[in-house]
Design a protein around this ligand. Structure first.
Ligand SMILES: CC(C)(COP(=O)(O)OP(=O)(O)OC[C@H]1O[C@@H](n2cnc3c(N)ncnc32)[C@H](O)[C@@H]1OP(=O)(O)O)[C@@H](O)C(=O)NCCC(=O)NCCS
Length: 149
């Protein structure tokens, strides 16, 4: 597998995020579609580029909620880097660098690659919501609980 690093995004990176988002499948994933939304997310979330050599090949993002729960709300890798295990490794690396007792995320039930990544990381399907993001598509709500040491 190609080596990668995680690099924190800043608001100056919003166009790079937009370009990466635009490559994703609109049925299986609700991309951030406008500048204001992307800037809001970079400010409120922890957004990390998946950097391969010097190329920003994707990103993984999460939100630390007031109760300490961490919601993963973005995992995208450019098509030319898909199917190589990089997204899975990047997700796991981001997960390892956090220290919450409870994690959550939403994923489209037909997004097999994403579901595999999350299930392998220990996430469990809790419920199904038919129109969580207003795009008419269903989502699975998944959680991961870490027991206290
Ligand atoms: C979701 C996404 C990040 C996955 O990227 P990827 O490069 O395919 O992921 P990886 O190669 O790291 O690993 C995917 C895993 O799913 C498996 N997989 C891929 N396609 C699959 C399919 N159709 N059915 C079952 N498993 C599949 C792979 O074999 C691999 O599992 P393994 O580790 O056991 O070998 C990528 O497709 C993407 O950017 N999609 C657009 C945005 C998106 O949908 N994000 C998810 C948000 S919830």
């Amino acid at each position: 597998m190609l080596n990668f690093t995680l690099q924190k995004a800043t608001i100056a990176d919003w166009e790079t995020i937009e370009k990466i988002e635009k490559t994703s499948d609109r049925k299986l994933y609700a991309p951030r579609v406008d500048k204001a939304e992307i800037l809001h997310d970079i400010t409120k979330n922890s957004v990390f580029f998946i950097v391969i050599e010097t190329k920003k090949a994707g990103f993984v993002s999460y939100l630390i909620e007031p109760d300490g729960n961490i919601e993963f709300n973005g995992l995208v890798i450019l098509p030319e880097f898909q199917g190589q295990g990089i997204a899975k490794a990047a997700f796991n690396k981001a997960l390892e660098t956090t220290n919450a007792k409870h994690y959550s995320l939403f994923v489209h039930p037909e997004n097999k690659a994403a579901l595999k990544i999350y299930t392998d990381a220990g996430f469990i399907i809790k419920s199904r919501l038919e129109n969580r993001f207003g795009d008419g598509e269903p989502r699975l709500f998944m959680t991961l609980a870490h027991s206290s040491p």
